[in-house]
Design a protein around this ligand. Structure first.
Ligand code: SER
Length: 320
């Protein structure tokens, strides 16, 4: 029987992954953990425990108490915040992953999921349709931690046979739980501002193209990778994963098709340099070939669904 522990469960990905995994494996088989108890969050509807992912002893206790055999390790500091707190970002992202990998070895964990990011790429990597094995020269602390983390995952697979699986997520767009501290967050914030104020000031320049993905696609990709036949997977660092790619100007135009008076202005800040160091689009050949990955959401569908959901009374009361 699959018994799952999720770290960072109250975060942007964690919230929706917890819901999806509970639906699939049964609420009692999925333990959600986070460093703080979230308010009004669906993750506390089932088993929930406080856990600082840097605390290996506590993590070990939960693995034993709940007879855990799969781990989804999502706690991390995102790119923009980690540039403000480099050492803290490195320690959290790296040491927590090492805790998970080492405990997986010691406690016989069967399968591990860990998210990597487009941020592993930097100078020298192709900007358009960046391929799986492009050079990795990340320009951010976050990117360095993801790049090193990928090698650690591969190491634990090669050396100890731990079945670690990973995706290089693009910027993720969702409405249930907001992202925090990422460079791609504008593509979420914009919808809340568009609904509430009909205008948005973007911290990236209008032509900054970045790879993005709707959360439904990201969750489905995660479940599909985790269910894929082990023998078919050749990538044990992390898979390139592609959804859509667009610029702030294109996203504004897409919103304007539904909210005619929407106005966008631009005031680029330090996040511009981070965004410029990343590819604008991703080639996910291996994900397509080895576990049949195919995204369902294009820009138009994302805009339509985000505006509908964010406009709904419940979401507005919750976030604004
Ligand atoms: N969305 C992340 C960030 O902007 C990238 O992985 O930091």
């Amino acid at each position: 029987m699959t018994r799952i522990l999720i770290t960072g469960a109250a975060g942007q990905i964690g919230t929706e992954l917890t819901i999806a995994l509970r639906k699939k494996y049964g609420a009692k088989n999925v333990l959600a953990t986070d460093i703080k108890e979230p308010k009004d969050s669906p993750v506390t509807d089932g088993a929930f425990e406080l856990l600082d992912a840097l605390d290996a002893k506590q993590m070990c206790k939960y693995i034993r108490d709940y007879k855990i055999n799969h781990i989804y390790h999502l706690s991390a500091m995102l790119s923009a915040t980690a540039e403000q707190y480099p050492r803290k970002g490195w320690d959290l992202n790296m040491l927590s992953l090492l805790n998970v990998l080492e405990l997986s070895r010691e406690e016989g964990i069967k399968r591990v999921f860990w998210p990597s990011s487009i941020a592993v790429f930097g100078k020298g990597a192709k900007k358009v349709k960046c391929e799986q094995y492009e050079v990795q020269k990340p320009a951010t602390v976050y990117g360095i931690s993801k790049s090193a983390g990928e090698l650690w995952c591969n190491y634990y697979f090669e050396k100890y046979g731990i079945d670690v699986r990973s995706l290089r997520y693009p910027g993720l767009i969702s409405y249930k739980t907001l992202p925090g501290g990422g460079t791609t967050d504008y593509a979420v914030d914009i919808f809340f501002k568009a609904v509430a104020e009909r205008k948005y000031t973007c911290y990236l320049k209008e032509g900054t193209r970045l790879p993005m993905m709707y959360m439904d696609d990201a969750i489905r990709a995660t479940l599909e990778l985790m269910e894929a036949n082990k023998n078919k997977l050749s990538v044990r660092t992390s898979y390139n994963l592609s959804g859509v790619d667009f610029t702030p100007a294109a996203l504004a135009a897409s919103i304007r098709e539904r909210i005619g008076e929407f106005e966008m202005s631009y005031a680029p800040d330090f996040r511009q340099a981070i965004a410029e160091s990343w590819p604008g689009s991703i080639d996910d050949y291996y994900a397509q070939k080895e576990w049949n990955w195919k995204p369902k959401y294009n820009l138009e569908r994302i805009t339509k669904e985000m505006l509908t959901e964010v406009s709904s009374q419940r979401v507005n009361e919750y976030y604004l």
